[in-house]
Design a binder for this molecule. Structure first.
Ligand SMILES: CC(C)(COP(=O)(O)OP(=O)(O)OC[C@H]1O[C@@H](n2cnc3c(N)ncnc32)[C@H](O)[C@@H]1OP(=O)(O)O)[C@@H](O)C(=O)NCCC(=O)NCCS
Length: 158
């Protein structure tokens, strides 16, 4: 997936402890049930080799982030968000394309992710990258808030 026309100069790099306030502000702005500070801080303190926490940075500003695992040739996108004021500028595509590159570097053959059935913008993004629905996770985001399980790979290239 090409990410050619980004209007901002961005870098994609590992999340650092000092990014946490900006990351949490985005997380809280984007999600009804946001990850806690501890969810991010634990990784930053004791990173595991299969966990990947990355930010997209514009100068000193964190404009988005993505969290994913790669384990036993399987990638799993766990979180992705773009600061509301920076959405619809290609940053989501940039984050996902950059993460998939790392999954490939770690020999990932298939990638999964969950997305709320009501979250159409995110589903459009994933579909552009070739993700397709392969299941439903009942009550994944709480009572009656089901998620689709999306998959890319195995039979097609990631
Ligand atoms: C989903 C999200 C990460 C996309 O980030 P973004 O930087 O706005 O995305 P991009 O500008 O790269 O757009 C990529 C594609 O996503 C889709 N998309 C993004 N926002 C959309 C919207 N509001 N309505 C419809 N489609 C949308 C489009 O297909 C778009 O491609 P296009 O511009 O060629 O039409 C962002 O909307 C976000 O942070 N949402 C809140 C958090 C969230 O829902 N995360 C996903 C959890 S599963």
């Amino acid at each position: 997936m090409a990410t050619k026309h980004l209007p901002l100069a961005l870098v994609f790099e590992p999340m650092r402890s000092r990014d946490l306030p900006q990351v949490l502000a985005i997380e809280n702005a984007c999600f009804e049930n946001p990850w806690s500070k501890a969810g991010f801080a634990l990784h930053l303190k004791k990173p595991k080799s299969y966990e990947h926490f990355y930010v997209a940075r514009h100068k000193d500003t964190v404009v988005g982030y993505i969290v994913f695992n790669v384990l036993c040739e399987e990638g799993h996108i766990l979180n992705i968000a773009v600061q509301p004021g920076y959405q619809r500028q290609g940053i989501g595509k940039y984050l996902l394309a950059s993460a998939l590159e790392i999954v490939r570097e770690h020999e990932g053959q298939v990638v999964f992710l969950e997305v709320a059935i009501s979250n159409l913008p995110a589903q459009y993004l994933y579909r552009q990258f070739g993700f397709r629905i392969c299941g439903i996770r009942k009550h994944y985001y709480g009572h009656r808030k089901d998620a689709y399980l999306f998959r890319k790979g195995d039979t097609d290239a990631i």
